[in-house]
Design a protein around this ligand. Structure first.
Ligand code: PMP
Length: 395
């Protein structure tokens, strides 16, 4: 018998069946995937340039245009997660000599500032406070930042999943355009859960993710570019520093440039099937019903949390992100104990804080099909149980 040349044996873990327990995912994402979307992702593959796949891509494009409320022809899904869309937006919009102004109101502004800094194009990562919607005043720092730094792009996060704050955008697009600046908005955590109107609000680049309200697995990220954003990209003197995320190539692959489609990369076809179904479910429900569903269940959750004696992290109701609720870690408890208790005893995921909110809050997500009154009752019951069992005599 020939002696084997293999020195690395087959890993024992891979010789056991895949283990995926049932869990209710009520953290800040991903959320549970309903059977229809799961089934779509499990369909047999087709070639990535087959007409049926190109048709699915066209339907995704139309679904994103609906979800974003935009008519932009340059609308597609990035083959990657929300971060990938964030990088795609910044890499394609900016080139040497540009300045980006980043509004930092939590973790996602910090991340955008990090990416911009790596590109060597950060104007300032100005901290800004949330302004009341409808009060007619945008934070003064926006105005000052636009005047002082003359940025080409202003980045802002609509739904700050690290703090649970919803950022009003009214008037911001107009203000940016008056100063010759493009408005770039992250709606990963808010899309489908809170109103956003890309065209009416004059947003130039908007992106989101698949795994939150859209209830698809992570791995594809809707993005759209306005005419002005597209023109800025066409004026580039240098090539986009990433081939994979080059919007010229992606526009062609997604049939947005009127040219015959050329191979760019092998798209994650099954992720696109799932995303298509997530967008279809949103279209069937209707954006307004979806916003109302998230509003109502978030309100029920907030009332229940208060009834448990807990303190909401975001004081003003209008400033609360309807998809992710932040609640202060109560005195006498360690957030890690509560999170672990819910997982071990109730098979529910909630999480602690992120970035600036680490150690201060618990985050509870109710997104898409997970946003139900029944799930609110379930997580409140589990929390009541945790508050009874997890108190530490001395921290
Ligand atoms: N932006 C926001 C507001 C988010 O909540 C997230 C994900 N938590 C991201 C960006 C990044 O998305 P992903 O994890 O899919 O890369």
């Amino acid at each position: 018998m020939a002696t084997s040349l293999l020195r690395v044996p087959p890993p024992q873990g891979l010789l056991r069946p895949l283990a995926v327990p049932e869990r209710l995912l009520l953290g800040p994402g991903p959320s549970n995937v309903p059977p229809r979307i799961l089934a779509a992702g499990g369909r047999q593959l087709l070639g990535h340039m087959h007409p049926e796949v190109l048709q699915v891509m066209d339907e995704i494009k139309a679904g994103i245009q609906y979800a974003f409320q935009t008519q932009n022809p340059l609308t597609l899904a990035i083959s990657g997660t929300g971060h990938c869309a964030m990088e795609a937006a910044l890499l394609n919009l900016l080139e040497h000599g540009d300045t980006v102004l980043v509004a930092v109101n939590g973790m996602w502004g910090q991340r955008a500032a990090d990416i911009a800094r790596r590109l060597g194009m950060l104007g300032t990562a100005g901290q800004h406070r949330w302004a009341s919607p409808g009060d007619g005043h945008l934070p003064l720092c926006f105005m000052q930042g636009l005047v002082r730094h003359k940025p080409s792009v202003l980045f802002i996060t609509h739904g700050e999943s690290s703090t649970g704050v919803l950022q009003p955008l009214e008037g911001l697009g107009k203000l940016c355009h008056r100063h010759g600046c493009l408005l770039l908005v992250d709606a990963v955590a808010s899309l489908g859960g809170a109103p956003i109107f890309m065209d009416q609000q004059e947003i130039d680049v908007l992106y989101s993710g698949s795994q939150k309200v859209l209830n698809a697995p992570p791995g594809s990220a809707p993005i759209s570019f306005s005419k002005q954003a597209r023109e800025k990209m066409l004026r580039r003197k240098t090539k986009t520093p990433s081939f994979y995320l080059d919007m010229g190539w992606l526009a062609n692959y997604w049939g947005c440039d009127g040219e015959p489609r050329r191979y760019h990369h092998t798209a994650p076809i099954n992720s696109f099937f799932s995303l298509r179904e997530g967008l279809a479910m949103l279209a069937e429900l209707g954006l307004e019903s979806s916003w109302e569903r998230h509003r109502a269940n978030c309100a029920q959750l907030c009332k229940g949390l208060r009834d448990l004696g807990l303190e909401l992290f975001v004081k003003e109701e209008k400033a609360r992100l309807p998809t992710i609720t932040t609640v202060r870690v109560p005195e006498g408890y360690d957030w890690k104990d509560i999170v672990a208790f819910l997982m071990d005893n109730h098979a529910i995921e909630i999480t602690g804080g992120l970035g600036p909110s680490v150690g201060k809050v618990l985050r509870i997500g109710l997104m898409g099909c997970n946003s139900t009154s029944g799930n609110v009752d379930r997580v409140l019951r589990a929390l009541r149980d945790a508050l009874r069992c997890c108190r530490r005599s001395r921290l």
